[in-house]
Design a protein around this ligand. Sequence first.
Ligand SMILES: NC(=O)c1ccc[n+]([C@@H]2O[C@H](COP(=O)([O-])OP(=O)(O)OC[C@H]3O[C@@H](n4cnc5c(N)ncnc54)[C@H](O)[C@@H]3O)[C@@H](O)[C@H]2O)c1
Length: 347
Amino acid sequence: MINIAIIGTGGMANTHADSFSKLPGCRLVAACDVDEKRVREFAAKYKIRNVFTSVNDLWKFGKFDAVSNVTPDRFHAPISLAALRHGKHVLCEKPLAVNYPDAAKMARAAKKAGVVNMINFSYRNNSSIHKAHELVRKGALGRILHVEGNYLQSWLTQDAWGEWTTTPGWLWRLSTAHGSRGVLGDVGVHLLDFASYPAGEIASVQCKLKTFHKAPGDKIGEYVLDANDSAVITVEFANGALGSLRTTRLATGYMNSITLAIFGDKGALRIDLDHAGSSLELCQIKNRKCGPWETVDCGVTPSIYKRFLTSIRTGVNDQPDFARGAAIQKALDACEQSDCEGRAILL
Ligand SMILES: NC(=O)c1ccc[n+]([C@@H]2O[C@H](COP(=O)([O-])OP(=O)(O)OC[C@H]3O[C@@H](n4cnc5c(N)ncnc54)[C@H](O)[C@@H]3O)[C@@H](O)[C@H]2O)c1
């Protein structure tokens, strides 16, 4: 039986708790949040017996094997590093940290601790991305030439997930002082992983970020609304391919949409998680004639929660691990540097 503690019991923690609750061989034994009312309600909902309002008290309790770190981004590094020091396996939310040096430190500490470490790039739960990775590796597309990806949300222009102006869970995502790296760090991080996992390692990025005026004085209460809302990234991959990745919170009509297309000299593939679910479409060139787009059934991929537990049981750390999280964080830092300096940045 694997005993799990959940740290941070806000919105996303429900997905962690729901997922672990349905899996055999594990149980939720502790919940921790600085908001006492929230953690008590959460613990009651998931029948968790041990409740803490400080991680130090959680470490003193100690009777668990693994943690899910579902706190806001700026707490990922300090809390995950402490968990590693206590010898706990860690599933950490994305982005791994708020900068590459912290993320690299986490990857090193995880390796040294010898425990299972994974980052919740949740779009890896979709089997189509693994099929895309496999098809590219097998050469089904030939030489990879061009990549296009979009991650579109609309919670700033429509009430996709409630009123953002009064919800702390959205407001911290708009404020750099609260540890947010904007849409780039929040969901651009998914897109960078989603695109580069099948298409190949990122060699350089050129990025433009934009923060739009949203409230009088660009401030709501304690939240200064200075984090980016839109990002457009030109990517060069190590294999020579060129890519364009775009993400925004202002894509009216798209609540939470991720799409990817990869073009090679022998074929192309496209993934649309809004419409095609766990399938992808493949178009192959034969005798210089382009075949029709065909739907490829990609089967089922175990969720990251299941893969985390399997990794603990087998001792074989599945992907994406902290090292992968750190590599993507390096690309995020490079995107910000590129926006500041107005030039492409080599990774
Ligand atoms: N992988 C995904 O698809 C996905 C989706 C949504 C959110 N997330 C990530 O999950 C994390 C949490 O997001 P959310 O939407 O649940 O945020 P949220 O604001 O709803 O919840 C965060 C919770 O953490 C608590 N908290 C803050 N500081 C803490 C501390 N020091 N110790 C313990 N608890 C603390 C807050 O009180 C709050 O209850 C973020 O990093 C976000 O990027 C990932």
